[in-house]
Design a protein around this ligand. Structure first.
Ligand code: PLP
Length: 290
């Protein structure tokens, strides 16, 4: 369908978080297949706290004017009014994102009511298929955004893979029970088993910071990657951006990965240390002095 067309086009690509037109141009120049327009990148949301909302429409429009690649933007989980506004702005895809503050404790956006396509995060097969049943045309791992730590993205990608294999091993009666357990439609679980993978484009996201991380996730079977804080929190954004694009294309070529990783400078530094410090601005200031 038209709605899944955009997600299909991003396959094998890198989608980069950007907060202004200049970053968007750097991302496009480096070969990003799309950009995600944000007021604050996840690492800063983690450290600065507060309520994280949809970006200011001016910021989104500035970014749309600056690049020719597709522009995505985030809405809060369940915040269908933010999504309506983003659709009216003409963004190419909406990310209903746990990186922002959740807006509804119970319901996600009914994405089938929109013409704009949606991507949603998932930690396991149940979450992924529930989001697809709600109309998402793309799924990404939730990972642990803003940390530069790939651990959770790996956990989520492996979990989805394992649960598809588990479902494939079941007979019909057992599989119906498994669909109930996952709280997903049986037909959708069956379709997933038949395809041997999620029935929509499936990216990795949340903590991916290096070309090696990109290769790891691609070798685990995802269709592409979101790189959020990893690029514009690193010491050399333009070079790192180009390196992760090379990595997604040539993820099995270890010699090339060695070359593009060579002397790449510091990856993002907001790791567990800042995660801990993030809740206290004074500790941040203290690190600045040190
Ligand atoms: N993920 C986040 C970040 C949430 O806030 C919620 C609930 O609001 C969920 C997942 C719930 O998802 P599901 O209905 O698929 O269990």
């Amino acid at each position: 369908t038209l709605k899944s067309g955009f997600a299909q086009m991003t396959k094998g690509g890198v989608i980069m978080d950007v907060t202004n037109a200049e970053q968007a141009r750097i991302a496009e120049e480096a070969g990003a297949c799309a950009v995600m327009a944000l007021d604050r990148i996840p690492a800063d949301i983690r450290t600065d706290g507060g309520i994280a909302r949809m970006a200011d429409p001016k910021r989104i429009k500035d970014i749309m004017a600056a690049v020719s690649v597709p522009v995505m933007a985030k809405a809060r989980i369940g915040h269908f009014a933010e999504a309506q506004i983003l659709q009216a702005l003409g963004v190419d895809m909406i990310d209903e994102s746990e990186v922002l503050s959740p807006a509804d404790p119970e319901f996600h956006i009914d994405k089938s009511r929109f013409t704009v396509p949606f991507v949603c995060g998932a930690r396991d097969l149940g979450e992924a298929l529930r989001r697809i049943a709600e109309g998402a045309t793309m799924i990404r791992t939730k990972g642990e955004a803003g940390t530069g730590d790939v651990l959770e993205a790996v956990r989520h990608a492996r979990c989805i893979r394992r649960q598809i294999d588990d479902a494939a091993a079941l007979d019909e009666k057992e599989r119906r029970a498994y669909a109930d357990e996952l709280r997903v439609p049986y037909a959708l679980l069956n379709d997933t088993v038949a395809q041997g993978r999620l029935p929509v484009v499936n990216f990795a996201a949340g903590g991916i910071a290096t070309p090696a991380d990109v290769s790891l996730m691609m070798q685990l079977g995802v269709d592409g990657v979101f790189v959020g804080s990893g690029i514009f929190k690193s010491s050399e954004p333009a070079r790192r951006a180009a390196a992760v694009v090379e990595a997604v294309t040539h993820y099995t070529d270890a010699s090339l990965l060695a070359r593009v990783s060579y002397d790449l400078g510091q990856p993002m530094t907001a790791g567990r240390l800042l995660d801990f410090a993030g809740k206290k601005a004074w500790l941040n200031a203290a690190f600045g002095i040190l």
